[in-house]
Write a protein that binds this ligand. Structure first.
Ligand SMILES: Nc1ncnc2c1ncn2[C@@H]1O[C@H](COP(=O)(O)OP(=O)(O)O)[C@@H](O)[C@H]1O
Ligand SMILES: C=C(OP(=O)(O)O)C(=O)O
Ligand SMILES: [K+]
Ligand SMILES: [Mg+2]
Length: 588
């Protein structure tokens, strides 16, 4: 296998790169670009190739029906008609299209947005409003609702994608083996007052539900609990003290009053520390979770998020289960980091997973609250290093469940997650059952865009060392190409990075570098396109393409120009995982 660095002119003959293009001396300073593009050769292309395969005729493209198609040369100004029926074959959603046309490349949002779907947002029009507002991933939480309800939501999101061109991915979040309360027989909530005595029981409660009595889903509860234990609802939103045990019933006095919500999480504290043996005894994936996972596989969800992950083992197990059950096995597994064990085994869990979620709700109930910010920072950093997408979740805009505007502290929290360069931010109750789901999404959107812009302007490039992660020589080449391409893109002030990727790997390697410009990720399947929608800075397009980069670029330029999404003179850098090449080009 030969390794060669080629530099070729438009006629493809090898020439040396003129010195001034190597040093990138700035001549004119425009807004973002350090030199005028007119001083650049029309097409400057250098490729790193892992194999010495002979390049095919650059002007012939295999069409979908297998017939060679002659494309106009890149320096010509191709009309949309020139690429025949293929012009309809690029898929991008209307929101991205408008955003690119109106605001230009630079101001597109890089941080992705996940919305939990619940009663406030499950209708088709409500889902569409969220898609218009920038939702990249719809999350369904199997803690709530039944499978019929979730199935209907999945169908609506799929219809939205098909009819309107969105690539909204679906994330199914398992209930997990947490200890939680039951519901209140239909009542939306219950108020616990200071000093009141409540009964927590493992008995099944029929329709004649006694007053101030709550079901607990953990059979060992009454045996395990000790008089004097503290019982925290939702990490401390309401607090009780255990005062008496009578068979399956545990009497508790309310010490911190508040609102009890159906199926709220319960944790137990003794002498100031969390009693972990409780849910440590429960399996990470419960029998009900396995049924939900089967449901998710059958419905073809894009992501399955696993609650209360303790070790890498469960992730590996689930991944082989999915691989054995779904033939193309393109469901990504997201590890929710929300327990002490998951922090202990963080690196190995993230290495085994396809992504992670900083599930601050439960995490904040398991570790002291003041440790949550540093845990968040560490999780985000480990994910970035290991090239796994990371979602920051829970209470980002909690007050917006009730109010149309966030607190300043919430805005600061969202800003911090954006500044840490997390891939995605997640809404929970704000979008599931809040009064202002679209407004909450708009806040995440505007804060993200503003903080990203500020970061670029200040040029606060973090000096994060990104370790080599490739497990093969070819992987290492891809990594080097992406690191170099991202660096070049920043130094040259290019308008966009283009990546042609079949399985999405090159796109994620580029995203990992967090370059200044957006990354247009072209991929051949709609499922990869949806999955890329979770990753920082990627604008995913579906496009059929070949191994011939010149044809691919010609085709992409004419398709995007026809839709007004790029224009002549735009400077781009293209990389691909077929050729392992880097090309610097000015859109003709
Ligand atoms: N599918 C659903 N059906 C009914 N209510 C839901 C649903 N999904 C979410 N919710 C409501 O939104 C709240 C916030 O959602 P989330 O954070 O995902 O759950 P949890 O509070 O259980 O951690 C839930 O407590 C619940 O009241
Ligand atoms: C996202 C979380 O998980 P869930 O909403 O399923 O409890 C969390 O605990 O923060
Ligand atoms: K869950
Ligand atoms: Mg949780």
């Amino acid at each position: 296998m030969s390794q060669s660095l080629h530099l070729f002119s438009p006629s493809s003959s090898s020439v040396a790169l003129p010195k001034q293009y190597l040093r990138f001396t700035p001549s004119v300073s425009t807004s973002n670009r350090r030199f005028p593009v007119t001083s650049f050769p029309r097409r400057c292309c250098f490729s790193v190739r892992a194999s010495a395969s002979a390049s095919s005729d650059p002007k012939v493209l295999e069409t979908e029906n297998g017939k060679p198609e002659i494309l106009p040369h890149v320096t010509a100004s191709p009309e949309p008609a020139a690429v025949s029926s293929d012009s309809a074959s690029i898929e991008v959603d209307a929101v991205t299209e408008v955003e690119l046309k109106e605001n230009g490349f630079r101001s597109t949002r890089r941080t992705k947005l996940v919305c939990t779907i619940g009663p406030a947002t499950c209708g088709f029009e409500q889902l569409e409003a969220l898609a218009v507002g920038g939702m990249n991933v719809a999350r369904i939480n199997m803690c709530h609702g039944d499978r019929e309800w979730h199935k209907a939501v999945i169908e609506r999101v799929r219809r939205l994608n098909e009819e309107k061109g969105y690539a909204v991915a679906i994330m199914m979040d398992t209930e997990g083996s947490e200890i939680h309360m039951g519901d209140f027989g239909g009542a939306p909530s219950a108020k616990a007052e200071d000093g009141e005595i409540w009964t927590f029981t493992v008995r099944a409660l029929g329709s004649s539900r006694p007053e101030r009595t709550i079901n607990v889903n953990y059979d060992g509860f009454a045996e395990d609990v000790t008089i004097g234990d503290e019982l925290l609802v939702d990490g401390g939103m309401v607090r009780f003290e255990v005062i008496e045990k009578i068979g399956p019933d545990v009497k508790c006095r309310c010490t911190d009053p508040g609102l009890l919500l159906p199926r709220a999480n319960l944790t137990f504290w003794r002498d100031g520390s969390l009693v972990r043996e409780r849910n440590a005894m429960l399996p990470t994936i419960s029998a009900k979770d396995w049924l939900d996972i089967d449901f998710g596989i059958a419905e073809g969800v894009d992501f399955i998020a696993i609650s209360f992950v303790k070790s890498a083992e469960v992730i590996n197990h689930l991944k082989s289960y999915i691989a054995a059950r779904s033939c193309d096995s393109d469901i990504s597994v997201i590890a929710k980091i929300e327990s002490i064990d998951s922090l202990k085994n963080l690196e190995e869990i993230i290495q085994a997973s396809d992504g992670a979620m900083v599930a601050r709700g439960d995490l904040g109930a398991q570790i002291p609250l003041e440790q949550v910010p540093s845990a968040q920072q560490r999780i985000v950093q480990v994910c970035r290093q290991l090239n796994k997408p990371v979602i920051v979740a829970s209470q980002l805009l909690e007050s917006m469940i009730e109010y149309p505007t966030p607190t300043r502290a919430e805005v600061a929290d969202v800003s911090e997650a954006v500044r840490q360069r997390a891939d995605a931010l997640m809404l929970s109750g704000e979008s599931a059952m809040g009064q202002f789901p679209e407004k909450a999404l708009a806040v995440l959107r505007s804060v993200s865009v503003r903080i990203e812009k500020w970061w670029r302007e200040e040029k606060r490039h973090e000096a994060m060392e990104l370790p080599d992660i490739g497990s093969s020589f070819s992987d290492s080449i891809s990594e080097e190409i992406c690191t170099s391409a991202a660096k070049m893109a920043n130094n040259l002030g290019v308008d966009a990075l283009f990546v042609y990727t079949k399985n999405g790997h090159m796109a994620s390697l580029l995203s990992r570098c967090r370059p200044d410009c957006p990354i247009f990720a072209f991929t051949t399947t709609t499922s990869v396109r949806r999955r890329l929608n979770l990753q920082w800075g990627l604008i995913p397009f579906r496009l059929s393409f070949s191994d011939d980069m010149e044809s691919n670029l010609n085709k992409t330029f004419s398709l995007l120009k026809a839709r007004g999404m790029i224009k002549s003179g735009d400077l781009i850098i293209a990389v691909s995982d077929m050729l392992q090449s880097i090309q610097v080009m000015i859109v003709p």
